[in-house]
Design a protein around this ligand. Structure first.
Ligand code: SAH
Ligand code: DHB
Ligand code: MG
Length: 224
């Protein structure tokens, strides 16, 4: 662990208590996720609030999430939507999806948010076949090896002005290693290259430190 981790934790504790305190529902979602043995890799409350603000800034009515886990980020995003909004979250693990579905119901978000079980690369074509209204925001946070595929799908399922957010694009700095054989790094570098070169995408990536260590987000705006 980095020698600075304690300081990052202290600052995150301060920011979160000031600006994005969690409530009983969010705490219960994390507690039940942990009790069910899910990995403790949900976004922090500060990051969840960022997703919430980004959805509000988008004026989002529809959100697509890839990678649900226990539904913690899902709740932050769903709470930014109007009552008739719609969030679809794709999750590989039936167990994770079950925990998330319970957490969303307790949060009162089960009318807005829906979890679909299966490998996202199978769920996405099925979703596209339904011709859904374009998603205003897509949050990509699943298996990083497929990040470029997820950005391609996000492009197909969005509109000019939509926002695509990728989590975990830094991973302790490993992203900078052009020769990396780590499939997560390779997949994320391919996603960033797609954002850089695609005529309908413009984006950036920002490094972050905090309770989840040294990592970062990429943001991409879909152009007309
Ligand atoms: N967004 C969540 C964290 C997601 S963790 C939060 O911040 O609260 C990543 C999740 O992606 C895990 O639950 C994992 O099971 C799921 N996942 C992994 N591979 C996947 C795939 N191919 N399709 C869909 N989900 C996948
Ligand atoms: C991991 C995955 C995540 O989405 C995350 O935010 C942190 C860690 C992981 O697979 O280790
Ligand atoms: Mg993540």
């Amino acid at each position: 662990m980095s020698g600075s981790q304690q300081l990052w934790d202290d600052v995150d504790d301060y920011f979160i208590s000031q600006l994005s305190p969690d409530d009983d529902t969010l705490r219960a979602a994390l507690r039940d996720s942990e009790a069910a043995g899910l990995p403790q890799i949900a976004v922090t409350a500060a990051q969840g609030k960022l997703l919430h603000l980004l959805a509000q800034l988008q004026g989002a009515r529809t959100v697509l999430e890839i990678g649900t886990l226990g539904g913690y980020s899902t709740i932050w995003l769903a709470r930014a939507l109007p009552e008739d909004g719609r969030l679809i979250s794709l999750e590989y693990s039936a167990k994770h999806a079950e925990v998330a579905t319970r957490n969303l119901a307790r949060a009162g978000m089960d009318r807005v948010a829906e979890v679909r079980v299966g490998p996202a690369l199978e769920s996405l074509p099925k979703l596209a076949d339904e011709n859904p209204a374009p998603f205003d925001l897509v949050f990509i946070d699943a298996d990083k090896a497929n990040n470029a595929h997820y950005v391609e799908w996000a492009l197909r399922l969005t509109r000019a002005g939509s926002l695509i957010v990728l989590d975990n694009v830094v991973r302790g700095g490993r992203i900078a290693d052009a020769g990396s054989g780590d499939p997560d790094v390779v997949g994320t570098r391919a996603a960033l290259e797609l954002i850089a070169t695609h005529p309908r995408l413009t984006g950036t990536a920002i490094q972050t430190v905090g309770a989840k260590g040294y990592d970062g987000f990429a943001l991409a705006r879909v152009l007309g």
